[in-house]
Unconditional design. Structure first.
Ligand SMILES: N[C@@H](CCC(=O)N[C@@H](CS)C(=O)NCC(=O)O)C(=O)O
Length: 209
């Protein structure tokens, strides 16, 4: 059985979605935020971050995008990602890498600003730059979604769920919805999706209405 180390409202959201879509049973382990990290958890997550997935064979991995890509590989019947070798799969890999290397880190710079400056008195500048970088990334994705229902291929994939998880972390949701209408269109659809609704009830990623 898989083990998912997670926390409500964290990047564990998309991994939980992937496991549910794959019909894979898993044990969920909530990792509370503590001042002193647990050495046992640090052994599998050296940055003390969630999500971490432990595979049925005991091998553990961090990095939400890597976990999603691996689950798509391990459960091809679940349609978590487009067919390997297709242009849609290339788009899937591109956007998963883009979101995890551009958008997610910008979000971390906003919420953990103290880690990104030696000038503790000027966190505001770090936060402002982080929001500007998030905005730049979401604008690129919004443009890519013009005239498309989904980020990669013709059906829902984990890339779409990853996207709505990230946009839900934007500090100004009203502006995000107005500024990126294609992202909002996709998100609006997913807010009605039964699995997203179920996960949102425990993760509280976005307001219900
Ligand atoms: N690159 C990692 C980032 C994971 C991450 O930042 N997780 C957050 C929760 S969403 C976390 O555990 N933060 C606690 C910390 O950084 O101390 C991934 O994509 O999985």
């Amino acid at each position: 059985m898989y083990k998912l180390y997670t926390r409500p409202g964290s990047g564990g959201f998309v991994v939980e979605a992937a496991l549910a879509m794959a019909g894979a049973s898993f044990e969920q382990i909530d990792v509370p935020k503590k001042d002193a990290p647990d050495p046992v958890f640090l052994a599998i997550s050296p940055l003390n971050q969630v999500p971490v997935l432990t595979l049925p064979n005991g091998h553990s991995l961090t990095e939400s995008a890597a976990i999603c890509i691996l689950l798509a590989e391990l459960h091809p019947q679940a349609g978590l990602a487009p067919e390997p070798g297709s242009c849609a799969r290339a788009d899937f890999l591109r956007w998963m890498a883009f979101m995890s290397s551009v958008l997610y880190p910008a979000i971390l710079r906003l919420y953990y600003a103290h880690r990104y400056t030696a000038d503790a008195g000027n966190l505001q500048a770090v936060k402002q730059a982080a929001i500007a970088e998030m905005d730049r990334g979401f604008a690129i994705i919004d443009k890519a979604l013009a005239g498309r229902d989904w980020l990669a291929g013709d059906t829902l994939s984990l890339a779409d769920i990853y996207l709505v998880m990230l946009v839900a972390w934007h500090p100004d949701i009203q502006r995000a919805r107005a500024e990126w209408p294609n992202v909002e269109r996709l998100w609006r659809g997913l807010r009605e999706n039964a699995l997203m609704r179920k996960l949102n009830a425990s993760h509280e990623m976005w307001p219900e209405n």
